[in-house]
Ligand binder design. Structure first.
Ligand SMILES: [Mg+2]
Length: 248
């Protein structure tokens, strides 16, 4: 019998891609206004490179520069340095630490303003919570995840929220799924985990013997892995009907 739903947040319950795209546009505009005397500045290129950087799509030289900063000073320090470096590439060398901090806050506040559930998901959580215990497991650092959780008032919709950055290990580690099962007070076979990341959500939950629903978006199945999701949907909008069918 199914007793708990374990749920990823980013790009499963909430449209993180859309929020990042909206923030990118506003960030580019803001930077162009802030440095309006710098006629050569390409705000769109800067904002795109910033997003690429925070998603760790680094060149080798970026990797060797930024990993030690993240390890020693944390994510925020890295993001400020990334802003300074990307603007320096566009010949703007006057970005103090304070200004980099202001710019980072602009990006974060635009992203949070645009952050929301996918249509239909909040109502679905309200309905299904009468039948199942709901536990969100979200990877990522506190400073990035806590504002998103607050923006959609996630505590109001689910029973427990586990933030990977506050734990000793993140998904796909077995320990984080064990913690979720403990919080839900159920066994692995009494839970389903839903997520969009094949490597973190589907491999992680499967290794803990938890059934899975993969939110595929446009991703292809991993050809190397022998693990397969129990169910696959193309888009989060299909989650409510599938879960309600499984629950019966
Ligand atoms: Mg996700």
């Amino acid at each position: 019998m199914l007793r708990a739903l374990l749920l990823d947040m980013d790009n499963t319950l909430c449209d993180t891609h859309r929020a990042v795209d909206a923030a990118k546009i506003q960030f580019a505009r803001h930077v162009c206004q802030r440095f309006s005397e710098e006629t050569s500045l390409n705000g769109d290129a800067f904002a795109s490179a910033f997003v690429t950087g925070i998603y760790r799509e680094w060149s080798d030289s970026q990797r060797s520069a930024y990993l030690p900063i993240i390890e020693r000073q944390g994510e925020e320090a890295f993001r400020k340095k990334l802003i300074q470096d990307l603007l320096a590439e566009q010949h703007i060398n006057t970005v103090t630490d304070t200004l980099a901090n202001d710019l980072l806050e602009v990006f974060e506040s635009e992203r949070i303003d645009a952050f929301d559930f996918y249509p239909g998901i909040a109502d679905f959580l309200d309905r299904i919570r009468d039948k199942l215990t709901l536990v969100v497991i979200t990877n990522g650092p506190e400073f990035s995840q806590l504002p998103k959780i607050a923006a959609v008032n996630l505590e109001h919709y689910v029973d427990h929220i586990i933030v990977g950055g506050q734990e000793s290990e993140q998904k796909p580690a077995r320990s984080i799924f064990e913690k979720a099962l403990q919080l839900a007070n159920c066994q692995a076979e009494e839970a389903i985990h839903i997520g969009d990341s094949f490597s973190a959500d589907i491999v992680g939950a499967s290794n803990s013997n938890i059934k899975t629903i993969w939110v595929r978006h446009e991703q292809k199945p991993d050809p190397v892995s022998t693990i397969r999701a129990c169910y696959t949907v193309d888009h989060p909008r299909e989650i409510p009907a599938l879960v309600e069918k499984i629950v019966g």
